[in-house]
Design a protein around this ligand. Structure first.
Ligand SMILES: *[C@@H]1O[C@H](CO)[C@@H](O)[C@H](O)[C@H]1NC(C)=O
Ligand SMILES: *[C@@H]1O[C@H](CO)[C@@H](O)[C@H](O)[C@H]1NC(C)=O
Length: 301
């Protein structure tokens, strides 16, 4: 980023004197040299490109106050807190005594450049209005308000359930639950169907259900995947993911009753065999299949 720090060499008071000198150097040539001022008047006027004027960050995070400028020309960019005389940065130099503050310059095109002010490890004292200014006879200012949320980020426990809300009959239901704790991952996750805890040993689910759990490291999350193979309308209903922190969320799964079972016929047969109370419909379809097969075999003899 090529920032030059001068705050190590100048105290606060000297800084202001230095800044005054800077202002003189910047403004004087334009005032005493009408030719050059005429020439710059013919040049396109600088303008701020639209960037967020309201920035909200959590305490401890990095704040990026954006300032994108078109047609800066030879002028300099100054960042300051709007109520303060002394600048935070001038051009690529940092004048603030705070090590956390710097300016990120990037040329985007022939005419455009970015002059973002970066504040690392934001504290409540950093909240307020900042101005990105172009030093010239006319004052060009772009104001950005920084809001600081007092607590560090991600301190809320979270639980997210994603997956198949609509599934065609005989296809798989696939739900994923991501439970995040405050300081560490919850110990475990349980799944419920229509209010009853799902046990993989339960005859209803046996041999067609899979529950995969993992705790990504680093992180404060536990992730559980629920996969139900060859869904039938009996699997339609309310699924709940509950973490051992007793955080929970539910999702409604709809099994669409298609006219014919085109896909996953093997899954269907297996689920029909393994079910304690097989419905008659799958057997009928198996029978149909058998008849069709027989017809084909006979036809090609
Ligand atoms: C800026 O954010 C604050 C707090 O988040 C809000 O109250 C205010 O209305 C916002 N202003 C604009 C212009 O969006
Ligand atoms: C789980 O949720 C947390 C918090 O929202 C998130 O940071 C994390 O990336 C998620 N993990 C996965 C694998 O989606």
């Amino acid at each position: 980023m090529g920032n030059i720090r001068v705050n190590n060499y100048f105290g606060g008071r000297n800084l202001q004197i230095l800044f005054r000198l800077f202002q003189l150097l910047i403004l004087l040539p334009a005032q005493i040299l009408p030719v050059s001022s005429e020439r710059s008047a013919r040049q396109a006027v600088p303008k701020f490109l639209p960037t967020p004027t309201n920035v909200t960050v959590h305490k401890g995070e990095l704040a990026v106050l954006r300032c994108h400028i078109r047609n800066l020309g030879p002028k300099l960019v100054v960042w300051r807190r709007s109520q303060d005389e002394s600048p935070l940065t001038i051009d690529k130099m940092t004048f603030s005594p705070e090590q956390e503050i710097s300016v990120n310059y990037k040329k985007i095109s022939e005419t455009d450049s970015t002059w973002d002010l970066l504040i690392k490890n934001v504290q409540s004292s950093h909240a307020g209005v900042y101005a990105c200014q172009i030093s010239s006879k006319e004052l060009y200012s772009h104001h950005v308000t920084l809001h600081v949320i007092d607590e560090p980020p991600d301190w809320q426990p979270e639980l997210i359930v994603k997956g198949t809300e609509y599934v065609e009959q005989f296809n798989d239901i696939h739900l994923t639950c991501n439970a995040t704790g405050v300081e560490r991952a919850p110990d475990d996750i349980d799944w419920f169907f229509q209010g009853n805890r799902i046990h993989t040993s339960n005859p209803k689910w046996q041999n067609r259900i899979q529950v995969l759990k993992k705790k990504p490291i680093p992180g404060r999350s536990i992730i559980s995947e629920l996969i139900i193979q060859g869904s039938t309308t009996k699997d339609q209903g309310n699924y709940v993911c509950r973490s051992s922190d007793l955080n929970f969320r539910s999702v409604q799964v709809h099994v669409l009753n298609a006219d014919k079972p085109p896909i996953k016929q093997r899954g269907l047969e297996r689920s029909a065999h393994n079910s304690d109370h097989p419905s008659s419909a799958p057997h009928l379809t198996s029978f149909h299949k058998f008849v069709i097969l027989l017809v084909i075999i006979l036809a090609f003899r």
